[in-house]
Design a protein around this ligand. Structure first.
Ligand SMILES: [Zn+2]
Length: 101
């Protein structure tokens, strides 16, 4: 019921972001190539990660809101109310409860 593809897409975007915890700022200023993981900023998509993280976060909030609304409207569905009522009735009946006619 929930569009998990949106979440998969966001996860995919996060995975493509490169993280290196060893690179220091002076090293980065000396050369575009990381001496630790050999990631070369000049050879790769050089969109700033900072902005992209913000975008992904915004998109995550959007997906969350979408899911919340989907769940809310699904729970408010009158069909579901009927099904719930029927379900309770059948459960009680199966348990041998006697209903006034
Ligand atoms: Zn590195």
């Amino acid at each position: 019921m929930l569009p998990t593809s949106q979440l998969m897409d966001l996860t995919g975007q996060l995975v493509t972001l490169k993280t290196c915890y060893e690179l220091t700022e002076p090293e980065m200023q000396k050369q575009p190539d990381c001496p630790h993981c050999h990631f070369n900023l000049a050879e790769n998509d050089s969109k700033p990660v900072h902005g992209r993280l913000g975008q992904i976060k915004d998109k995550t909030d959007e997906v969350l809101n979408g899911w919340t609304n989907t769940l809310k409207s699904a729970l408010e569905d009158p069909m579901l109310e009927e099904q719930k009522a029927l379900c309770v009735f059948q459960t009680c009946e199966a348990a041998g409860a006697v209903f006034p006619v």
